[in-house]
Design a protein around this ligand. Structure first.
Ligand code: ZN
Length: 508
C-alpha cells in the first residue's frame, strides 16, 4: 500500500495511474544504469592541479591537463585507492593487474583529443549493489564493472540558445574539470522499474558518500547518470532495443524520465512501430524524452594502452588494509535496524542518511539496551531540538550515556513521560546527568498509593462540581481531575495510578 502511494507521489500528477491502471501488464521494463562519479581527491587524476568545483574558468590547469607537448601524466594514488574502496564496498573483485587505455574521440572539451580511461583491465570487476524500496523489500543489482577515467572539460554554448551570435556560432570551454578523477559504475540490466532505479541510485550514492570517495552532488555534477531502457513482453528473456536517456539532473527526474520512456516505448510497440536505438534527452519541463542522436553506427574509439602510464599492480596488502577500514555499509545497517531493532523503513533510512546521527543512535542503543526508546528520543525530541537550534544531535551536550540514563529512568517508572520531556530540554541546555537532576530535585515519580490517594482526595474535595458532572454521566471530566492531581503533585504522580484510583473513587 505505502509503496503504491509513494510511487504515485514520486511520479507527479500528470502520470498518476499510468502503470497501475493498466488492466494487465504485457511488458516488462529492463533498465541498466551508468553513473559517472567524480572522486574526492586533493589533486586531479594525472597532474597536481587542485580538484575543486567552481573557480574562475581555466585557472586550475597545467601543461599536463592541457595536454601541452611533452607533458607526462602520473597516476593519483588516492584516486586508485578510492576505486578499490568502492569496489570492496560493492563486493567486487579487485584484479591484481590493471592498466590505463586511451579512448580516442575528438571533442572540444578534451584537450588531448583522447580520454585516459580503462578498457579491458579495469580496477574492479563485477560486484553487486544492494538496495531497498519504500516498502522495505531488499533488492540487488549486479555491477558489470567500475572503471577509472578522467573527466573532460566543460563547454558552455553561449548566445541566444542556439549559440548563434552575429551570424556565428561559438562555445566557451573551461578546462578546470579536465583531468578530474572520474569513476564509471556500470550496472547489469537488472532493474525493472523507475522505483528500483531510484532505490539503486540512492544506495549507490549513500554508499559512495559514506566511504568517503565522492561528495556525490548531482547539482555540482559530481554524480551524473544515464539510464538504458528497453521493454520486452512479460515472460521473454530476450532484450529489446534500448534507448539511452540523458540530462536527468535529480533522482526525481530519473524516476519521471524512466516512467515516461517506458510508457512511450509501450505505446510505440502497441501501435505497431519499432524502437530505434538512440540517445534521448529528458525534458524536465515537458515531462517527456526526445530524440537527441541515433546510435545506429557504433563509435570506434580505437582503444589502446596508454604508453605514458605504467600498468598497475594492485598490492593485496593495500586491498586488505582498505577492506579493514570500511565502515558498516548502508544496506547492512538497514537490515540491522529493521530486523534487529524493529525500526520502520522511514526511521531506518533517516538514520542511515545521517551517519553521525546513526553512530550516536548506536551508542544510545548499546548503553540503554532499548532500541525502541532510543529511536523515540533520538528521532523525536532530540531531532526536534537539533532542528530548532541548528545543532547536530551528536554535537549537543546530551551524551549517549546520559540519554541511556534517562531511558532507564523512564523504563523503571522512576519518572513519567512529562518529566522526561522537561529533562531532555534541560539536558540539551547542558544540565548534565538526568539521574543527578532527579535526585537533587526530588523529581522521582510518586508511586506510593497512600501519597497519591491523599492528592486524589484533596482534588475531589476541591472540585465538587466536576464530581457531580461525572456522576451525571459526563465522564470525560476525569481528564481534568487527573490533571489537577498531576499539578498538585508537581507532575510526579504516576499518571496510571492516579487514573485508576480516581476512577475507583468516582464510581464507588
Ligand atoms: Zn593539471
Amino acid at each position: 500500500m505505502s509503496e503504491t502511494m509513494s510511487a504515485r507521489e514520486a511520479r507527479g500528477p500528470h502520470e498518476v495511474g499510468g502503470a497501475e491502471a493498466r488492466p494487465e501488464r504485457r511488458f516488462e521494463a529492463v533498465i541498466g544504469i551508468e553513473c559517472h562519479v567524480e572522486l574526492k581527491t586533493r589533486s586531479k587524476m594525472f597532474c597536481g592541479c587542485p580538484n575543486e568545483f567552481g573557480g574562475e574558468p581555466n585557472t586550475n590547469v597545467c601543461p599536463v591537463c592541457l595536454a601541452l607537448p611533452g607533458a607526462l601524466p602520473v597516476a593519483n594514488t588516492a584516486a586508485i585507492e578510492h576505486m578499490i574502496r568502492a569496489g570492496l564496498a560493492f563486493n567486487a573483485e579487485i584484479p591484481a593487474f590493471s592498466k590505463f587505455d586511451r579512448k580516442n574521440y575528438f571533442y572540444p572539451d578534451m584537450p588531448k583529443d583522447y580520454q585516459i580511461s580503462q578498457y579491458d583491465m579495469p580496477l574492479t570487476q563485477g560486484g553487486v549493489v544492494r538496495y531497498w524500496l519504500d516498502d522495505g523489500t531488499m533488492k540487488e543489482c549486479r555491477l558489470t564493472r567500475i572503471h577509472l577515467e578522467e573527466d573532460t572539460g566543460k563547454s558552455t554554448h553561449a548566445g541566444s540558445g542556439d549559440g548563434r551570435i552575429a551570424g556565428s556560432t561559438y562555445s566557451l570551454v573551461d578546462f578546470n574539470r579536465a583531468g578530474v578523477p572520474l569513476m564509471e559504475c556500470v550496472s547489469e540490466p537488472e532493474i525493472h522499474s523507475a522505483e528500483e532505479a531510484v532505490g539503486y541510485l540512492e544506495s549507490l550514492r549513500r554508499t559512495l558518500q559514506q566511504i568517503g570517495v565522492s561528495d556525490v552532488k548531482m547539482e555540482e555534477g559530481s554524480l551524473r547518470c544515464d539510464a538504458n531502457v528497453s521493454i520486452r513482453p512479460v515472460g521473454s528473456t530476450e532484450l529489446g532495443t534500448k534507448t539511452e536517456i540523458k540530462n536527468m539532473n535529480s533522482f526525481r527526474s530519473v524516476h519521471r524520465a524512466i516512467e515516461s520512456e517506458i510508457e512511450r516505448q509501450i505505446a510505440v510497440i502497441e501501435s505497431g512501430g519499432r524502437i530505434v536505438q538512440e540517445t534521448r534527452g529528458w525534458d524536465e519541463v515537458k515531462g517527456v524524452t526526445h530524440s537527441m542522436r541515433s546510435k545506429e553506427q557504433a563509435h570506434d574509439y580505437r582503444y589502446f594502452p596508454d604508453p605514458d602510464l605504467v600498468p598497475l599492480e594492485v598490492s593485496r596488502a593495500v586491498v586488505e588494509r582498505i577492506r579493514a577500514e570500511l565502515p558498516e555499509l548502508p544496506p547492512a545497517r538497514f537490515v540491522r535496524y529493521t530486523t534487529q531493532y524493529g525500526l520502520d523503513v522511514k526511521q531506518a533510512t533517516q538514520l542511515i542518511d545521517n551517519v553521525a546521527l546513526a553512530l550516536y543512535f548506536d551508542e544510545v542503543v548499546n548503553a540503554s539496551g532499548n532500541a525502541k526508546q532510543s529511536t523515540n528520543f533520538v528521532l523525536g525530541d532530540l531531532s526536534r531540538l537539533a532542528n530548532e537550534t541548528q545543532t547536530p544531535v551528536h554535537a549537543s551536550p546530551v551524551t549517549p550515556a546520559h540519554l541511556a540514563e534517562l531511558i532507564a529512568l523512564v523504563e523503571g517508572k522512576t519518572i513519567n513521560s512529562k518529566i522526561a520531556k522537561d529533562l531532555i530540554e534541560r539536558m540539551w541546555r547542558g544540565e548534565g546527568s538526568p539521574k543527578a537532576i532527579v535526585e537533587r530535585e526530588g523529581l522521582a515519580q510518586t508511586s506510593d498509593p497512600a501519597a497519591i490517594e491523599k492528592f486524589v482526595d484533596d482534588v475531589l474535595a476541591a472540585n465538587e462540581k466536576s464530581v457531580g458532572e461525572y456522576k451525571a454521566g459526563k465522564t470525560n471530566v476525569i481528564g481534568f481531575l487527573v490533571g489537577q492531581v498531576m499539578k498538585a503533585s508537581k507532575g510526579k504522580a504516576d499518571p496510571q495510578l492516579v487514573n485508576a484510583l480516581m476512577k475507583q473513587k468516582l464510581e464507588s
